[in-house]
Write a protein that binds this ligand. Structure first.
Ligand code: NAD
Length: 500
């Protein structure tokens, strides 16, 4: 239990590694210390899974996948497992949200109303999919006539054991985002959460046992990416890697996966533009642009980190966003007055600080923020930089912090080039009252999601993912079936003798 002044204590899950339906220690007993990013105090230890531990987990997942129990489980009953888990998450949502806030730092209201809500929605959404999996009948045109009649159909078969690897910015939601589709489509899974924020995934493991999932259907291994994550990617019994994290790690995973031709989905980084046209409703666009970047302290893959504003309204928009940023309250996620929590770690704080310093050294001017906040915790002030150029390091690299570059444009015909001048292609938003312009511009933007007069709206029913260096494949929506199943064509010859 972690006691906190003025609030309920937070229970730290006791379990270490969840393998084959039971909690166990890592073989060599190593642990990683976990810190509260708001106070820098140690709150827990998690196990460091070695390649041998990962091997045990993958073998358990494989045994379950091949078992009669799993193969015979009705699709509707896989859906029921996910629904039971959703009910348990709902029952414990407050406790889970407190744990997320302690481990990740985000405000409790966000943990409760965004992260846990998303987790329940996703469990239910994918639970519904389990009984909607279907193939197709195919009309064949045989090029010879041997007297037979040919029929063909396809089935969607689960890929097998999935290795899920998740980041720290939405730990619980990301864990569900891997577990729920894997189970819905009949796969089993070994999940490795981020070493920076594993606690809610471990608590989720307790709820998975309580929900009565077959042993080994979901396994959880905590530890380092280069060790446990890499072991998962390299294990020959893992048939698919579902990864969310940085582009650099995604590239390594893609290279390693090629050796065994593993299926991969990669949800990676972004440098998403928010584009405000002169005719936009500024009462919506200014708070909308602020809301595109600052929530979760900017640690959102689709954060609107490049703000392009038509020159005639540039000052009003840039100053308006800066004014909102200045008034955001930073502090402990457990104090309801605070709107922004800390960054996840000292390392992330160092990265954001150094990128902002590089931008200022290269000539960008801070309209607000641009430094870490005083006192304990990894807090960085919400920052708006004006005068940035596209060739600056800060304009090219993902910051993953509460930092936005405001840049004016004068000609609508340049928007396509400005918005797409990045290696990433995850999200974008366009703010205008003119729907003709909105749709025509949306056509020009090379990104997985384009929002119009909003930003960062995600829905499990809407496909999500990136183009270019933002990833490969899609999660959510009907597209997800391709990520967790393989089509199998069955072709048969029917003998018509006696019937013709
Ligand atoms: P990261 O790449 O450092 O780590 C992500 C996960 O990969 C962690 O669990 C880590 O342990 C593991 N890992 C690291 N090296 C590995 C290796 N060699 N093999 C296998 N696994 C390895 O990312 P992060 O810092 O945790 O998360 C932030 C990044 O995630 C940002 O770039 C952000 O844009 C991205 N992200 C993308 C999405 C999306 O849906 N597109 C969502 C959230 C975050």
């Amino acid at each position: 239990m972690i006691e906190r002044a003025g609030g309920p204590a937070v229970r730290i899950p006791a379990g270490r590694l969840l393998i084959g339906g039971a909690w166990c220690e890592a073989i060599d007993g190593r642990t990683i210390a976990v810190y509260d990013p708001a106070t820098e105090e140690k709150i827990a230890d998690i196990a460091v899974a070695s390649a041998a531990d990962v091997g045990r987990a993958v073998e358990a997942a494989h045994r379950t996948f091949e078992s009669r129990v799993w193969q015979k489980l009705r699709p509707l009953d896989r859906g029921r497992l996910l629904e039971r888990l959703a009910l348990l998450v709902e029952r414990d949502a407050e406790e889970l949200a407190r744990l997320e806030t302690l481990d990740n730092g985000k405000p409790f209201a966000v943990s409760r109303n965004v992260d846990m809500k998303f987790a329940m929605d996703a469990l239910r959404y994918y639970g519904g999919w389990s009984s909607k999996i279907s193939g197709e009948y195919i009309a064949l045109s045989p090029f010879f006539d041997d007297g037979g009649t040919y029929r063909a159909y396809t089935e969607r078969k689960p890929v097998g054991v999935v290795g899920g690897i998740t980041p720290w910015n939405f730990p619980m939601g990301q864990a569900i985002q891997k577990i729920a589709p894997a189970i819905a489509f009949g796969c089993t899974i070994v999940l490795k959460p981020s070493e920076e924020a594993s606690l809610t995934t471990l608590r989720l493991g307790e709820l998975i046992l309580e929900a009565g999932f077959p042993e080994g259907a979901v396994n959880i291994v905590t530890g380092y990416g280069h060790e446990a994550g890499q072991a998962l990617v390299d294990h020959p019994l893992v048939r698919k890697i579902a990864f969310t994290g940085s582009t650099a790690t995604g590239q390594k995973i893609l290279e390693s996966s090629a050796r065994q031709m593993k299926r991969v989905t990669l949800e990676l980084g972004g440098k998403s533009p928010a584009i405000v046209l002169a005719d936009a409703d500024l009462n919506r666009a200014i708070p909308g642009a602020a809301n595109a970047i600052f929530p979760n302290s900017g640690q959102v893959c689709t954060a609107g980190s490049r703000l392009f504003v038509e020159a005639s309204i540039y000052d009003e928009v840039a100053r308006g966003v800066a004014e909102i940023a200045r008034n955001l309250r930073l502090g402990s996620g457990f104090d309801p007055v605070n709107e922004l929590g800390p960054l996840i770690s000292a390392r992330q704080l160092e990265r954001v600080s150094s990128l902002v310093s590089s931008g200022v050294e290269e000539g960008a001017q801070p309209l607000c923020g641009a430094g870490r906040a005083a006192g304990k915790g990894y807090f960085f002030q919400p920052t708006v930089l004006s005068g940035a150029r596209a060739d600056m390091r800060i304009a090219r690299e993902e910051v993953f912090g509460p930092v936005v570059l405001a840049m004016p444009f004068t000609d609508l015909r340049t928007i396509k080039a400005l918005a797409n001048d990045t290696v990433y292609g995850l999200g974008a938003s366009i703010w205008t009252r003119d729907l003709n312009k909105a749709h025509l511009l949306a056509d020009q933007i090379d990104a997985g999601t384009v929002w119009i007069n909003t930003h960062n709206i995600l829905d499990t029913a809407m496909p999500f993912g990136g183009t270019k260096m933002s990833g490969l494949g899609r999660e959510f929506g009907s597209e997800v079936i391709h990520a967790y199943t393989e089509p199998r064509a069955v072709c048969m010859r029917l003998d018509g003798a006696g019937l013709a």
